[in-house]
Structure formats: C-alpha cells, structure tokens
Write a protein that binds this ligand. Sequence first.
Ligand code: FES
Ligand code: FES
Length: 175
Amino acid sequence: MTEQPLPSVVPPGERARFSLTVNGDEMVVEAEARRSLADVLREECGLTGTHLGCEHGVCGACTVLLDGRPVRSCLMLGVQAGGAAITTVEGLADGPAADAAYHPVQQAMHDAHGFQCGFCSPGFLLTAAAYLERRPDATRDDVREELSGNLCRCTGYASIIDGVLVALDRQEEQA
Ligand code: FES
Ligand code: FES
C-alpha cells in the first residue's frame, strides 16, 4: 500500500500578512504562517524581551499579554494574534502607570531584589501585572499558585513572590 502524505494545514513556506497592535503601536507583519507569536515578536517586531526557554508551553518565559490576558507566545501562531493587542515586557512601563519609570510590578520586583539572571523575568512580570489587576486582594498563597506556571532556575521563587506582594501592598495603600 502506498503511504499517503499527511495533509498539511499550513504548507511549508506559506506566508501570511496580518496586523497586530504591539505595545500600543499598530503594525502590519508579513511572516511565515507557521511562525509562533514569540518568533514573530522577536524576529519580525524586534522585541527580544520575550524570552524563549522550553518552546513547548512549560516554562512561561515567553508569556505576553493578549488583549490583557497572559498567553504563552510559543504555543500560538503569530497569525492567530491578528487583530489583537499584545503587550510585551518592553511595553509594560507604558501601561497602567504611564507616569512611572517602571510599571509598579517592575519597581516592586526591583526593590525586593526579585530576580537574579532575569531570563524568566519577562514572563513573571507580565503574569503578575495581569494578576494584580484581576486580584488586588490576593494572598501569598494565591500569588504562589498563580505564578506556579512560570519557572525560574535561579531564585527559589521566594524573592519573586515577595516582589509581587510588595506591589500588592503598594497598590492597596494607593487605593
Ligand atoms: Fe513558551 Fe517555555 S518558551 S512556555
Ligand atoms: Fe534566573 Fe529566574 S532569575 S531564571
């Protein structure tokens, strides 16, 4: 029996043209249709703050916000984000705290010495920034659980959780 080739959903080499809003800037991207959103952001948009660790959805280093919600940009195609608003770590400081040098989570993490090498930090920062908006009443255990999908090889996590709690406390003081 002759083996039939599997149907290809995205033929190799096929290119796609789509628009994205990235960190508030509207842009039209032309890229191979099979490219992940992470690759599109890094290679077509030049935003290398989105890091790639495992490239299969485990480590969370590639997390970006898609219409305000954290997603793993290694697990979706760039074309699937067509029409959406993406926030990468490069756009975080221009978000809710436009007057601040850093986003409050960035500042809190800096003050709490949250990170070491920083490879995991973009994913943690974006996950935490979205969480703080959604759960201003979160406890330490809540934060630990929310961040459990992001991996860090350096810190042992305590300092990262401390940083998010500093941001939560400051948020509460300003409320
Ligand atoms: Fe996307 Fe690890 S690189 S989850
Ligand atoms: Fe190095 Fe998290 S600070 S991987």
